[in-house]
Design a protein around this ligand. Structure first.
Ligand SMILES: Nc1ncnc2c1ncn2[C@@H]1O[C@H](COP(=O)(O)OP(=O)(O)OP(=O)(O)O)[C@@H](O)[C@H]1O
Ligand SMILES: [Mg+2]
Length: 283
């Protein structure tokens, strides 16, 4: 059964999608795991990172089903029988890559209309965990990329997950979203005492490797101190700033296949990925 992991931070632009994208690729490609990535953000950045912009538009043009249909299964009953239209996993999951050794990389894409779900959220948070339970046996790792706000989507990510990881960009105000996250996780645990959900840790991302500005160093210290008060693990490995991450996202390539990505950037990402996999018991 797959280990389900959510990448979460209420703060935007910290690297949730970039890390999800690269961790998913790395886990399938180097660790021979069967990986499903789930795009749980109406911005659909993760879908575009995986597919590239033009293939993503083609997917929408072809009316490929998305995470929207998982949340809206019961809002469009069959027009003749009136029965709810249960979505089939094969209609939603887009295969990206298969390797000969059985490892694979699949995606549940998203689209902007996911924001409808937020307008009428009643009783929908169990639909994602229900859907994932159906396919959990087909994968070793399911990675969920969350949107940067607290909503029904966050709740459904928590309800699906065994672990949450928090990418943090060390900068001014980096600590602001973390107490909110701690609170929402505590609340969730109190309300769902039958579910085990664990904080996997904080991953620093997009920090300057050399000539680190004082505010980045200070921010890293503040976040580390805050993490300690919650007994949260802080990753030893850091994914430093590199222009290869945005380049790779535009190309639709993971960091280790991105043109001109430096070896030390790739090497450093492998370390982050190893620490991640050890933490969730897959290495
Ligand atoms: N280590 C890095 N070095 C350089 N640029 C990075 C790095 N990580 C992420 N970026 C860039 O920062 C931007 C935001 O990253 P990303 O989309 O992963 O953040 P996010 O947390 O998912 O954002 P959102 O909250 O909007 O979903 C992107 O342009 C991405 O390419
Ligand atoms: Mg994102």
């Amino acid at each position: 059964m797959a280990v389900v992991v959510s990448m979460i931070n209420m703060k935007g632009g910290v690297g949730k999608s970039t890390l999800t994208f690269n961790l998913a690729w790395r886990s399938a490609w180097k660790e021979n795991l069967r990986v499903l990535a789930v795009d749980l953000d109406p911005q659909a950045n993760l879908s575009q990172y995986f597919l590239g912009a033009s293939n993503y538009l083609k997917l929408l043009d072809n009316n490929h089903k998305t995470v929207v249909e998982i949340f809206e299964q019961f809002s469009s009953p069959n027009s003749t029988t009136g029965a709810p239209t249960l979505v089939k996993p094969s209609e939603v999951i887009r295969g990206l890559r298969k390797w000969n050794d059985g490892s694979l990389l699949d995606l549940v894409p998203s689209r902007l209309e996911l924001s409808w779900t937020l307008k009428n959220p009643t009783e929908k948070s169990q639909l994602l965990p229900q859907f994932l339970a159906k396919v959990q046996g087909n994968y070793d790792l399911i990675l969920i990329d969350c949107a940067p706000t607290e909503s029904i989507l966050t709740l459904s990510a928590y309800r699906s997950s065994r672990f949450v990881f928090v990418p943090v960009r060390p900068e001014f105000l980096a600590t602001i979203g973390l107490p909110l996250l701690a609170r929402s996780l505590d609340e969730f645990r109190l309300m769902h005492q039958d579910q085990e959900i664990q904080m996997g840790g904080i991953i620093f991302n997009d920090m300057r490797r050399t000539g680190t500005p004082p505010e980045q160093r200070q921010s890293k210290k503040d976040v580390t101190a805050l993490a300690k008060t919650h007994s949260w693990h802080v990753f030893k490995s850091v994914a430093h700033h590199s222009d290869s991450y945005p380049t790779g996202s535009r190309e639709g390539t993971p960091i280790f296949h991105t043109s001109y990505a430096r070896d030390y950037v790739i090497g450093e990402f492998h370390k982050v990925a190893d620490e991640f996999l050890v933490k969730i018991g897959l290495k």
